[in-house]
Design a protein. Structure first.
Length: 135
């Protein structure tokens, strides 16, 4: 894309001019903000005034589709699973350590069925027993 020398790309140049949440045109930089999609984290433009409510509603919708214990009203939170360290041998023979930080909560409890459960934020589980904690 050709631009006049010295002109900095604006938010609208990069992300278009339609608000992610209300779909109206974002008229100026002063009322614009950047938001990110819930699952993939892609950047989008939105009105500053739409952002807080839009982020909340999108999260609620996506969490309802995910239907994981993490956002269920019957879930009693466990603890974040500990990170694990593996050793891998590279093709040049060197050993390197790889740290894995799982984004999973273990040791939690489903109070609906009175059993331990694992919760995975931002992951689709599709549990039919799911009821959003904000309902
Ligand atoms: Zn808007």
């Amino acid at each position: 894309m050709d631009e006049p020398p010295g002109k900095k790309a604006t938010i609208k140049d990069l992300l278009g001019n339609r608000c992610r949440y209300c779909e109206d045109v974002v008229m100026d930089e002063a009322s614009a903000s950047i938001t990110h999609s819930y699952w993939s984290g892609f950047p989008f433009i939105c009105h500053k005034s739409c952002k807080d409510e839009g982020v909340k509603l999108e999260a609620f919708d996506c969490q309802t589709i995910d239907a994981d214990c993490n956002d269920c009203k019957h879930y009693e939170r466990g603890v974040l699973a500990p990170e694990t360290v593996s050793q891998l041998k590279r093709t040049d023979g060197r050993i390197v350590e790889v740290v894995h930080k799982p984004n999973v909560f273990i040791g939690g409890c489903c109070l609906k069925f009175n059993r331990t459960t694992v919760a995975s934020p931002n992951k689709w589980s599709g549990y039919e027993c799911f009821e959003h904690r904000r309902l």
